[in-house]
Ligand binder design. Sequence first.
Ligand SMILES: Nc1nc2c(ncn2[C@@H]2O[C@H](COP(=O)(O)OP(=O)(O)O)[C@@H](O)[C@H]2O)c(=O)[nH]1
Ligand SMILES: [Mg+2]
Ligand SMILES: [Zn+2]
Ligand SMILES: [Zn+2]
Length: 411
Amino acid sequence: MAYTCPFCYEKFSREEIEFRCESFTSAACKEDDLLLANYFGAPRMVANHVIPNKAWADVLSTSGWKKMLGKISRYVSVPEEVRCDLCSAPSRKRICPRCHNELPTFFHKADSHIISIIGARGSGKTHYITVLINELMKKGYLLDIATIPQDVGEDRRQVTSKRYSDYYKKPLYEGGKELPQTTQDKDLYPLIYQITSGQKGLGKTKALYLVFYDTAGENFRDAEELRKLASYLLNSSGIIFLLDTFQVPAIKRKLKTNGIDIPDIGIDFQGVFQQLYSLLERRGMMQLNKRSKTPIALTFSKIDEVIRHNLMDDDIADFSIRRNSAYLDNGVYEPSELMEVNDDMRSLLSQWEEESFIADVEKRFSNTAYFGISALGATPVNGRIEEVQPLRVLDPLVWILDKIGFALRKG
Ligand SMILES: Nc1nc2c(ncn2[C@@H]2O[C@H](COP(=O)(O)OP(=O)(O)O)[C@@H](O)[C@H]2O)c(=O)[nH]1
Ligand SMILES: [Mg+2]
Ligand SMILES: [Zn+2]
Ligand SMILES: [Zn+2]
């Protein structure tokens, strides 16, 4: 079984996992960690000793048969605890062999599915991630899903629950403030959550890790950013592609007549999508005329303004996007509900004369669905948002979870 590191996105196998000494006192166990420094782009970083994989005391035994057994066992399981080869202190801290970042506690026991959220700058990623995580933590139980932040990493100030609370949740939900634009350095710290399902189901996944990177997304221009994005996508089990509804030309025009002027970002969302797949092609992740099977949720953000200004066709009186997700009421996921959303969004897109976008997407991906969400429920006024009123934010995630075989309570 191969694992994907939630930090560097490199793959590694079970027997490669390393441990870091956890001693607070042993001076001999402080060392320069080149891989860790490299990951954070720092000239150097001092951290506790990395216990060489071959030096695990439990594995190394002088007596022949124990040694044999130890060696074999490493291919089938990772020890719960090993002893440091320098100070003999016990350690339970597993790290990635490629970047030396700490792995979540049960990482080696669950499937590590990375679900990536991408989109051009301004498409609403930061607000979406903030609200998505809050909804998952607060309402996931309705679908029998438990969500637990994974507070791992050398820098305790940057662990998931602290970062989420300080930079995302508190400013938005308690401060009532619109969140600032993402800066590049935030890209180094993923938000990592373990989700587990209480549902039964043969062959279904009951536990997995969700990894969110709040990328700056400079409209996919920067080479280094593109390189990171490529490995992020290459290793993703599902993609939530956030598309800025305000950048749909038909919407932009209508909003303008309503007195809302949307600044031009210099690239339309079809352009953003084309950049994405040409990137995937260059990386050999997509072959010409062959469609990727990775589920991709084409998710239109800020749909609240579309509803408020009634920018939908009048024939679609009972438009599914006007209602919130039914599973939030009855705790049962009906795939047909999200297929209705998909159909409605698709017809909206053709109404907006965006058929060529649909054709583009479907030429490249065989597992697609369209969604419309609102993270905030309204446009912030003077940088403030008094009450966050999310609409359908969990839909794209729930759809992907179902596609990748996660055990959901289904109708
Ligand atoms: N109307 C509305 N505006 C939103 C919503 N979510 C984000 N925005 C606005 O869209 C802009 C970009 O959001 P942001 O999350 O920073 O986008 P990012 O650059 O992709 O991270 C900000 O001005 C937000 O206030 C929403 O649900 N509704
Ligand atoms: Mg952002
Ligand atoms: Zn030690
Ligand atoms: Zn790594």
